[in-house]
Design a protein around this ligand. Structure first.
Ligand SMILES: NC(=O)c1ccc[n+]([C@@H]2O[C@H](COP(=O)([O-])OP(=O)(O)OC[C@H]3O[C@@H](n4cnc5c(N)ncnc54)[C@H](OP(=O)(O)O)[C@@H]3O)[C@@H](O)[C@H]2O)c1
Length: 311
């Protein structure tokens, strides 16, 4: 049966893949976004509404008739222009609006290992939101990815980009902390599957391969034909180097908090894989294009008309 589904950020990264799958399944799709004019492949097949976080009644109206809400909205790091605290407030407003509007199910995107006690606001904010979602009483699935990869991703692409341009690659400390990347389309399949259920659940949305950070860098270097010496640098020095490089590309490449989260092994779990696509195989198939262009988080935030991909 065709239903109306709402996806936040359908012209962004994961939201785009979720929206595509819903359209392919014959559903009507509506998006809430900051970027109604961002380039996207959907023509006029998606209804577009703004995130009216400051007008909760309008937000609830924009969710009228929606059976499932897929929520990808979040901010990656604290910045002059946006903060985690604001994203937490806005998301709670969104959850309440969904409940007001009678949305049947919320599929919410979180992070591996969230904890309200975490000193890292990314992880504490996500934990706070998981609790807020449970408290709405709306049927929900919480999906916890560690890292997404695919055509428009940032982390894997930019590791390849650095390997292409720099003679050595520095990892923070010993580089032995781990990550479990999931392909963005495997992730979207999981999200849409969870949109069909009405059971409350929390799933670690991880892929089939576990890498150490250093191992991931070496593997990508091998695959794109840029084997560089991978050296350990003290995290503080690594952070300063990344910050300087960030100035050159006019982006925030990684924040100190992101490095701390990575090094605390927070992007790794003991759960079974939820995706099947191997990063190594995907990277081989995209070895020519991977890392050719730098993928900028801040450019996505500043230029709300350009699409995430480069095609
Ligand atoms: N990408 C990853 O590797 C990764 C890893 C772990 C967890 N996650 C989680 O997965 C979810 C989706 O990630 P994604 O990479 O697919 O996100 P995305 O498409 O870049 O963004 C999702 C939505 O959030 C909005 N947004 C992002 N940054 C913002 C900012 N600084 N200020 C205001 N709005 C902002 C976007 O705005 P627009 O409407 O303007 O596009 C979009 O509507 C997030 O909840 C994230 O925490 C992602």
């Amino acid at each position: 049966v065709s239903k109306l589904h709402a996806v936040t950020g359908a012209f962004g990264y994961s939201g785009k893949y979720i929206a595509q799958r819903l359209l392919d399944a014959g559903h009507q799709v509506r998006t809430l976004t900051n970027s109604p004019n961002r380039k996207h492949p959907f023509g006029d097949r998606i209804e577009v509404f703004p995130y009216s976080f400051d007008k909760p009644d309008e937000l609830a109206e924009s969710l009228e008739g929606v059976s499932v809400l897929y929520n990808t909205y979040w901010i990656r790091f604290n910045h002059r222009l946006f903060t985690h605290a604001e994203a937490v407030r806005n998301t709670i407003t969104l959850f309440n609006a969904a409940r007001e509007a009678g949305v049947e199910r919320i599929v919410h995107v979180s992070i591996t290992n969230p904890s309200e006690d975490s000193p890292l606001e990314y992880f504490s904010g996500k934990a706070r939101l998981e609790r807020a979602l449970m408290e709405t009483g709306v049927s929900h699935a919480i999906l916890r990815p560690a890292v997404l990869f695919g055509k428009e991703d940032i982390l894997v692409n930019n590791i390849a980009w650095a390997l292409r341009r720099l003679p050595v690659f520095g990892v923070f400390g010993d580089g032995q902390y781990r990550l479990q990347p999931i392909h963005v389309d495997d992730f979207s399949r999981l999200a849409v599957e969870q949109g069909k259920s009405r059971e409350n659940t929390t799933i670690d949305a991880i892929g089939p391969e576990t890498f150490t950070y250093k191992g991931l860098v070496q593997e990508i270097g091998r695959i794109i034909g840029k084997r560089r010496p991978v050296i350990s640098v003290p995290p503080g020095l690594g952070y300063i180097s990344v910050a300087i490089l960030g100035k050159l590309v006019k982006d925030v490449i990684l924040t100190r908090e992101e490095i701390d989260g990575l090094m605390a092994d927070l992007l790794c779990t003991d759960s079974p894989p939820a995706g099947t696509t191997k990063l190594t195989e995907w990277a081989k198939a995209h070895a020519d294009s991977l890392g050719r262009h730098y993928a900028s988080e801040l450019a996505r935030r500043r230029d709300r008309e350009r699409g995430y991909g480069r095609e």
